[in-house]
Design a protein. Structure first.
Length: 200
């Protein structure tokens, strides 16, 4: 299982406006709890039982070297979206959720959706499940990310001041100035790659 950061929201999937996101209170009291680690493992277990392979969970939550998130417990995030990319019978699929205010809430919601799909498989046969999954085709591969030069809009032979360019782009991408967490996270990753490549 791979964790993809920053969030790779699937193309064509609508986003939930932040003021329309709901509390994950409905999940409280269940044995699963809403700690990030437990909800992630619960989702992965459902995907394994479904027969999913090559699973990639993508969020805007930074992770450690070992793949575990830095944050513990219930995490409130400006962009708590979760996208689960996987292959099923060699078909690339994706399911995404951002209706809840926490990453853990959206992980739990996806878990319940996969659980429902497995119930459909048990009671309705493979054909019904296949038809249900038709709309979940993944257009963009989960490990896709734009090269840093493309993010910054520079040519291969560009040799300017990457830090100055980063600050300029950040003014437009930052969520406080009309951008979003996703755009800012992409810029941060691109900046790190540029610094590493240019040996700055």
């Amino acid at each position: 299982m791979t964790l993809a950061y920053p969030l790779q929201w699937p193309e064509g999937w609508p986003r939930t406006d932040s003021h329309r996101r709901v509390s994950d209170q409905r999940f409280h009291g269940r044995t699963y709890g809403l700690e990030i680690g437990r909800t992630r493992e619960s989702l992965l277990d459902e995907l394994r039982q479904l027969g999913a392979k090559e699973v990639v969970l993508s969020t805007n939550m930074p992770v450690r070297q070992a793949g575990l998130p830095y944050a513990n417990g219930r995490l409130f995030n400006k962009d708590p979206g979760v996208a689960a990319y996987f292959t099923l019978k060699k078909r690339p699929l994706v399911m995404a959720r951002d209706a809840y205010r926490t990453v853990a809430g959206n992980l739990r919601s996806l878990t319940m959706a996969i659980e429902a799909m497995r119930t459909l498989k048990r009671h309705g046969g493979d054909m019904m499940m296949e038809r249900a999954f038709t709309g979940f085709a993944a257009i963009t591969p989960p490990d896709w990310k734009r090269p840093w030069r493309e993010v910054f809009g520079v040519k291969p032979d560009w040799c300017g001041d990457i830090t100055a360019l980063y600050r300029e782009k950040a003014r437009h991408r930052h969520p406080d100035t009309g951008g979003s967490d996703t755009l800012m996270a992409e810029l941060n990753v691109a900046y790190e790659e540029a610094v590493a490549e240019l040996h700055l």
